[in-house]
Design a protein around this ligand. Structure first.
Ligand SMILES: [Zn+2]
Length: 151
């Protein structure tokens, strides 16, 4: 009874499908191996209104106490564009080569542009997110710490 002409639903983050992309991370079946995969899965979790996952992947030092997603808010995610995390690192390396040489493998940044609609109004979020990797149950995990907004 499936519609044969329907295109397979892609992952909200832009991946081929939820099951082959962010789904296993959000379900807890796998641990995001990089800061970028964590960032993508958090974007997808926002779209799915999965607050539990958002809180679980938020670093304890910056995790909000209040609900993240308001019940009243009609939030519709339109798309995600991840700027190359590598390019960002290279840019930083040009500015401060010494800092890059001492780069901490347990810290990473991901720059992205997320487009969404709040109550029908289109918005654009350009953020550089900071991530940290820490030992956790089941092995080291990446956590979202905070972000800065270049615009
Ligand atoms: Zn995805």
């Amino acid at each position: 009874m499936s519609n044969k002409s329907a295109a397979p639903a892609g992952c909200p983050c832009g991946g081929p499908s939820l099951a082959a992309c962010c789904g296993p991370y959000i379900a807890g079946a796998a641990i995001p191996p990089t800061a970028e995969t964590l960032m993508r899965s958090r974007y997808t979790a926002y779209g799915l209104r999965d607050e539990r996952y958002l809180l679980a992947t938020w670093h304890a030092s910056t995790r909000p106490a209040e609900p993240i997603i308001g019940d009243e808010e009609k939030l519709q995610w339109l798309g995600l564009e991840v700027k190359s995390a590598l390019r960002l690192r290279q840019r930083k390396a040009e500015v401060a080569p010494e800092a890059s040489a001492q780069a901490d493998p347990d810290r990473d940044t991901v720059e992205f542009v997320a487009r969404f609609k709040v109550n029908g109004k289109a918005q654009r979020l350009h953020e550089i997110s900071n991530f940290v990797r820490e030992p956790a149950e089941g092995g080291p995990r990446w956590f979202y710490v905070d972000g800065s907004f270049p615009e």
